[in-house]
Design a protein around this ligand. Structure first.
Ligand SMILES: Cc1cc2nc3c(=O)[nH]c(=O)nc-3n(C[C@H](O)[C@H](O)[C@H](O)COP(=O)(O)OP(=O)(O)OC[C@H]3O[C@@H](n4cnc5c(N)ncnc54)[C@H](O)[C@@H]3O)c2cc1C
Length: 470
C-alpha cells in the first residue's frame, strides 16, 4: 500500500472535477491528487456516442484558464449561424491538454487515472494490484452528478428472443444492416439519434420514436454568448413569463413567443431537462410522424414492443436504439461545503462546468463554510415542466447573492465559463457607444432588468399557486 499526502483529494476528472481544480490551482498554493476510473480526463465524454457534440457553445465550456474552440460561427449545417459546438474527441483532447500541460506541469497536481476510489482516502488501480492510502485535508466528490450514459449500462427493459437493441454508440456501424429503427427515449440523446439517421438519408417513415414524455426544449439561438440572445430571451421568455395568469398560461405564452420549443405543438409537455435544439433541427425532428406515446418500454421480443400503456408490432429487421435513461439522474441536494468534504453540484441550471468553476473560486476565496454554502445553493438537474420555473427562480436568487460579493462579482464578469461575461463585455461596448449618443440601447438594458424582476415575482406567485392547489 502506497501512502500519499495532499491538501485536496479530488474524486473524478470529468468536466466538473477539472473546472474545480483549475480554480484551486489559480487561487491557492494547495496540492491536489485526482483519482478517476477512466484512463484519461473528460469523464462521460470518453463513453459518449461518436457523433455527439456539446449541446451548448464551446465558448463557455471547459475550464476557466483555457479557451475551448475558436468562437467560430458555424457556416453550414443545422447549427448554422450559431457558435461552434465541440465534438466529444475535441472535449477529451482539450481536457487531456489541460491535465498534461497545465495541471501536471504546475507540479502541484498528481493524477491517478484508471483507479477506483473506495472511500476513506483509499483507492486502488484497475489495471494492477497497486493500492493507495491518502491523508488529505479535504475530499472533493466530483462524481455526484452521477452521469449515466446508455453505453455503460444494460437497457432499462427486458429483451426477449432475438430482438436487436443497441446503445446509440453503435448506430453508425449497425445502422446499415437494418430496415427500420425504433428510437427509445425522449431526451437529448434520442434527439441526436433521430437527427443522425435523418442526416444520413434514412427516410422518416423508417423511424419510429417512442416518447414516454414530451419535453420542453430550449432554442439554442437563445443560449448564445451574445447581446442578441438577451434580446430574444427578453421577448420570448421574460416578458411573456411576467404576464402569465397561471402555469398553463405561462407555458402557453412562452411557447407562442418561441421561448420554449416542442416536437408537437398539439401535445403539452410534462418534462423539462434542458435539451437544446436549433429551429432547423426541430424542423427535421418534426418529419418523424410515427411517435408512440404509450409510456416507457417494458420489454421487446421478436414481434412486439410492450409498453406501459399498450404494445406495438416490431420485427427482426428493426434496430431498437436505446436512448432511454436519465443522463443526469436527479439526486437530492446536499450541502456543498461540509467541513472536510466538498460535494460538487450545479449552482446554475444545467451549467455544470460553470458551477464547478464557481465552487472552486469560492473555495479558494472564502473561509467560512456557512458563508460558502449561503453563496452556493444547489440547483438540482430539472426533470419536470415545473422545474423550469423552480430552477429559473433558484438561478435568480443565487445570482443576486453572488453579485453582492465584490470578489465574486468580478469573477463572474471575467470568467469565460459564465456566458454572461461574454455578453457583459459586449454590453460594455454598447454602453460606451450609447453614451456617445450613437445607440439607444441603454433603455433596452434597463427594460430587461425590470422585466426580469417582474418575471421573477410572477414565477414565485405561480409556484405558490401550484403548491396550494395540491
Ligand atoms: C450527451 C451529453 C451532452 C452534454 N452536453 C453538455 C453541454 O453541452 N453543456 C453542459 O454544460 N453540459 C452538458 N452535459 C452535461 C454534462 O454531464 C456536464 O457538462 C459534465 O460533463 C458532467 O461532468 P461531471 O464531471 O459531473 O461528470 P462525469 O463526466 O461523469 O465525471 C465523473 C468522473 O468521476 C469518475 N468516478 C466516478 N466514481 C468514481 C470512483 N469511485 N473512483 C474513481 N473515479 C470515479 C468517473 O469515472 C468520471 O470520469 C452533457 C451531458 C451528456 C450526457
Amino acid at each position: 500500500m502506497q501512502q500519499l499526502e495532499t491538501d485536496y483529494l479530488v474524486i473524478g476528472s470529468g468536466a466538473m472535477g477539472m473546472a474545480f481544480c483549475d480554480e484551486l490551482i489559480a487561487g491557492t498554493n494547495a496540492s491536489i491528487i485526482i483519482v478517476d476510473k477512466h484512463h484519461q480526463p473528460g469523464g462521460h465524454w470518453n463513453d459518449a456516442y461518436p457523433f455527439v457534440r456539446l449541446h451548448q457553445p464551446s465558448a463557455f465550456y471547459g475550464v476557466n484558464s483555457k479557451k475551448l474552440g475558436n468562437n467560430t460561427i458555424d457556416a453550414t449545417g443545422l447549427n448554422k449561424g450559431l457558435y461552434e459546438l465541440a465534438t466529444n474527441s475535441e472535449v477529451c483532447g482539450y481536457f487531456d491538454q489541460v491535465m498534461q500541460r497545465q495541471f501536471l506541469s504546475s507540479g502541484r497536481v498528481r493524477y491517478f487515472p484508471s483507479c477506483e476510489y473506495l472511500g476513506n482516502g483509499q483507492f486502488s488501480s484497475l489495471l494492477s494490484d497497486e493500492k493507495y492510502s491518502v491523508s488529505f485535508k479535504k475530499e472533493v466528490d466530483a462524481t455526484y452528478m452521477n452521469v449515466v450514459v446508455p453505453s455503460k449500462r444494460p437497457p432499462p427493459f427486458f429483451l426477449e428472443g432475438n430482438a436487436k437493441c443497441a446503445p446509440i454508440n453503435e448506430l453508425p456501424v449497425l445502422g446499415k444492416k437494418y430496415n427500420a429503427f425504433v428510437i427509445v427515449g425522449a431526451g437529448k440523446t434520442a434527439i441526436d439519434a433521430v437527427l443522425f439517421l435523418l442526416k444520413n438519408d434514412v427516410k422518416p417513415q423508417k423511424i419510429s420514436w417512442i416518447m414516454p414524455r414530451d419535453s420542453w426544449i430550449l432554442d439554442r439561438a437563445q443560449i448564445q454568448p451574445t447581446f442578441e440572445s438577451i434580446g430574444m430571451a427578453l421577448t420570448s421568455q421574460i416578458i411573456p413569463g411576467s404576464q402569465s395568469e397561471d402555469i398553463d398560461d405561462f407555458f402557453d405564452k412562452i411557447s407562442k413567443a418561441g421561448g420554449l420549443l416542442r416536437i408537437d405543438d398539439n401535445v403539452k409537455p410534462t418534462m423539462y431537462r434542458c435539451s437544446t435544439v436549433t429551429k432547423a433541427e426541430l424542423e427535421q425532428l418534426k418529419r418523424v410522424e410515427n411517435v408512440i406515446r404509450k409510456g416507457r418500454v417494458k420489454s421487446i421480443n421478436d414481434t412486439e414492443i410492450v409498453l406501459e400503456h399498450g404494445s406495438i408490432p416490431t420485427n427482426l429487421e428493426t434496430l431498437h436504439v436505446d436512448c432511454a435513461g436519465d443522463g443526469l439522474a436527479k439526486r437530492p441536494s446536499v450541502p456543498i461545503f461540509n467541513e472536510r468534504k466538498i460535494t460538487l453540484q450545479s449552482v446554475r441550471t444545467c451549467q455544470q462546468v460553470f458551477s464547478a468553476g464557481l465552487l472552486g473560486y469560492v473555495e479558494a476565496s472564502f473561509k467560512d463554510d456557512a458563508k460558502k454554502n449561503e453563496l452556493c445553493k444547489p440547483v438540482p438537474h430539472p426533470n419536470t415542466d415545473i422545474d423550469f420555473l423552480r430552477n429559473n427562480l433558484a438561478d435568480v436568487i443565487n445570482r443576486e447573492n453572488w453579485t453582492k460579493e465584490p470578489k465574486l462579482k468580478n469573477w463572474l464578469q471575467t470568467s469565460r465559463l459564465n456566458f454572461e461575461s461574454h455578453i457583459l463585455n459586449a454590453t460594455l461596448k454598447i454602453k460606451i457607444l450609447s453614451a456617445l449618443g450613437r445607440l439607444p440601447f441603454l433603455r433596452k438594458l434597463n427594460k430587461a432588468d425590470d422585466a426580469q424582476q417582474k418575471a421573477t415575482e410572477n414565477m414565485r406567485r405561480l409556484l405558490d399557486l401550484q403548491m396550494s392547489s395540491r
